[in-house]
Ligand binder design. Structure first.
Ligand code: NAI
Ligand code: 15L
Length: 269
């Protein structure tokens, strides 16, 4: 565990599945954790927490949210495939507003919760490193691809450093066969975030967010360069997952890295 502490760390998406976990596990790394979401959150527990509701689509509100922060872990936004207009507001405008505010307030380090859906149309038979061509598998994946480009731009133009983590599937345990490859434990997520926040001179680095699973599709040497060593593996859940009915070879969940996301939408036709 790092002994370093960030003075004030902003965590967006704090009311979400990962946000609730990280509210606890990131505590050692910040003197003050500023927690934000559009959804309701538990009140601040003591002076080490600040709870600041905010809609990421509201540029002025995001500007005020970021004031006084020293680093940002940006998890907030739509986290599944949704109609483009929803993704546009929360994710595309949202990530732009976060980086604009970071620029205005002199924030020098961010971590962007990207997703495997940036490369979701690659086949499960391929092994990708972080430089593989992007193949977003929907509007959500497109928004994460845009977010990575925004992070690169704000580094090139303004020197704001970011680690973009293409998270696989971060849940208490893998929920299906595909997640045997993509699973990221909460413990490994926290370690990866620690490395992303404190490793010097990362520029804009893209890494994959996965545990030490047995059958994987990603060469995660970028994360290793940050000093990340995963401690967990989906293997301990194999018997439970393989007790599920088999997946047909024609099912997108058995073909594409992005699984079923590749077959969602269009919406509203
Ligand atoms: P989640 O959906 O549980 O949490 C996202 C949070 O963002 C929610 O609390 C939601 O209220 C908030 N949000 C949505 N729109 C907002 C807006 N306009 N303004 C402010 N807040 C808004 O998602 P989860 O699982 O916690 O994921 C966190 C981040 O990690 C997301 O960005 C997601 O795309 C990314 N990610 C997560 C993966 C996973 O396996 N859990 C995999 C890949 C990426
Ligand atoms: C994601 O990007 C989602 O946020 C999460 O809910 C999972 O669906 C995950 O990808 C996945 O691909 O399993």
């Amino acid at each position: 565990m790092s002994t370093q502490k960030i003075d004030r760390l902003l965590l967006t998406g704090a009311a979400g599945g990962l946000g609730k976990v990280l509210r606890d596990t990131l505590r050692p790394y910040a003197a003050v954790l500023r927690l934000s979401d559009i959804a309701g959150m538990a009140p601040a527990s003591g002076a080490q927490e600040e709870v600041v509701p905010c809609d990421l689509a509201d540029k002025q509100a995001v500007n005020a949210l970021v004031a006084g922060c020293d680093a940002i872990v940006h998890l907030g936004g739509v986290s599944v495939e949704r109609p483009f207009e929803e993704v546009l507001e929360a994710n595309i405008k949202g990530v732009f507003h976060i980086y604009e505010a970071a620029r205005r307030h002199g924030v020098k380090r961010a971590v962007f919760a990207s997703s495997n859906h940036v490369i979701g149309f690659h086949k499960q038979t391929e092994t990708l490193d972080a430089s593989a061509p992007k193949r977003p598998d929907g509007y959500y994946g497109l928004s994460k691809s845009f977010g990575e480009d925004v992070a690169q731009f704000y580094f090139d133009r303004y020197g704001i450093e970011t680690v973009s983590i293409r998270i696989g599937s971060s849940f208490p345990e893998p929920l299906n066969r595909r997640m045997m490859s993509t699973w990221l434990s909460y413990r490994d997520l926290t370690t990866l975030l620690e490395k992303a926040l404190f490793t010097p001179a990362v520029g804009h680095t893209i890494v994959y967010g996965m545990s030490a699973n047995k059958d994987v599709w990603w060469d995660n040497s970028g994360a290793a360069k940050l000093g990340f060593v995963a401690q967990d593996s989906s293997e301990v859940f194999r018997a439970k997952v393989e007790a599920q009915p088999p997946v047909a070879p024609t099912d997108p969940n058995a073909i594409y890295q992005g699984g079923g996301f590749t077959a969602q939408g269009p919406f509203g036709d």
